[in-house]
Design a protein around this ligand. Structure first.
Ligand SMILES: Cc1ncc(C[n+]2csc(CCOP(=O)(O)OP(=O)(O)O)c2C)c(N)n1
Ligand code: SF4
Length: 301
């Protein structure tokens, strides 16, 4: 694999952190997909996971806590030629950023959201995140968790996502395959990645993952028609209510219009002249900061 994807910034995650696996799989997926570096944008929120755009040699934005999705949606709407990928923690995307995650499903933009699910708020020393199960006590908690967990896959179906998958941060090949599928999907995608955080979460170990997950077999994720969509949704509720977590591609629905197509149906010049191809001006005058010079990669020259 090309090391060309390393930015040169030293990844300062703790030893054994699952973020390393996600980083490696992402570089592998980008290499194998053969997308031009300039056409990729990584967008993250705040958290250990949010540091990933610093380490990968592609254009990226490390935004505000919970706000990666609206940033990403704006970037994609402005320049539809870009491949936009969001990375965030379970706290970032399912806590403070939950409303944006739901809104993205309703819009169906061509964006993959990679949820680094470690069950805790890693960067702020291991508070319980929205995915930690009720009654579980990690080593970072004084008492067992008193809140029930959110399931990102079920939330994804309810919100209208058209691609859903789950993988595991230490299984680089599996994760790379899911990333490739999710990045290539035309529409809104969630890829939940079970991510060990050895510093604060002693419950999600390799042994736990071995016992509590299984690879999906004989499951066709592709939705064929409306009737099939209902059957799939019921099937997924069944899959997700079991004790063990399913790993693999859970849903692919290619029938829904993307956000880009919806915008194009309203603005007739959108496909030839999206906002990134237009001059940024107010009342005929350039802005005091020349955004096109400051962020040239986001503009179509
Ligand atoms: C508005 C705001 N509120 C709270 C914080 C503090 N904060 C920083 S990161 C974080 C949670 C990170 O957890 P998660 O998203 O699960 O990411 P991880 O570090 O586990 O990758 C919080 C609450 C902040 N930076 N900004
Ligand atoms: S605190 Fe957890 S999530 Fe953050 S870098 Fe360390 S191991 Fe990774």
């Amino acid at each position: 694999m090309s090391t060309d994807w390393n930015s040169g910034v030293w990844p300062d995650w703790c030893p054994g952190c699952g973020n390393f696996g996600i980083f490696t799989a992402l570089k592998g997926a980008l290499s194998e997909l053969g997308i031009m570096r300039e056409r990729i944008v990584l967008v993250s929120g705040i958290g250990c996971s949010g540091k990933i755009p610093h380490f990968v040699k592609v254009p990226g934005v490390h935004t505000l806590h919970g706000r990666a999705i609206p940033f990403a949606t704006g970037i994609k709407a402005s320049n539809p030629e870009l491949k936009v990928i969001v990375h965030g923690g379970d706290g970032d995307l399912l806590g403070i950023g939950m409303g944006h995650l739901i809104a993205m499903g309703r819009r169906n933009p061509d964006i993959l959201v990679v949820i680094h699910n470690n069950g805790v708020y890693g960067l702020t020393k291991g508070q319980a995140s929205p995915t930690l199960q009720l009654g579980r006590k990690t080593k970072s908690l004084a008492l067992p968790n008193i809140n029930s967990a959110v399931n990102p896959i079920l939330l994804g179906i309810a919100s209208g996502y058209t691609f859903l998958a789950r993988s595991y941060a230490y299984d680089i090949e599996h994760l790379k395959a899911c990333l490739k599928q999710g990045i290539s999907h035309s529409g809104a995608g969630i890829l939940e990645v079970i991510q060990p955080c050895p510093t604060w979460n002693n419950l999600v170990t390799m042994d736990w993952v071995e016992k509590n997950t299984y690879r999906l077999k004989d499951w066709d994720p592709v939705v064929k028609d409306d009737e099939d969509a209902v059957k799939k949704a019921q099937g997924i509720i069944g899959l997700e209510s079991g004790e063990r977590k399913a790993l693999g591609t859970i849903l692919v629905d290619r029938r829904k219009e993307t956000f880009g197509k919806r915008i194009a149906s309203i603005y007739k010049n959108y496909s030839t002249e999206p906002p990134a191809a237009q001059r940024v001006e107010v009342e005929g005058k350039a802005l005091p900061i020349d955004l096109e010079k400051t962020f040239p990669r986001f503009f179509i020259q």
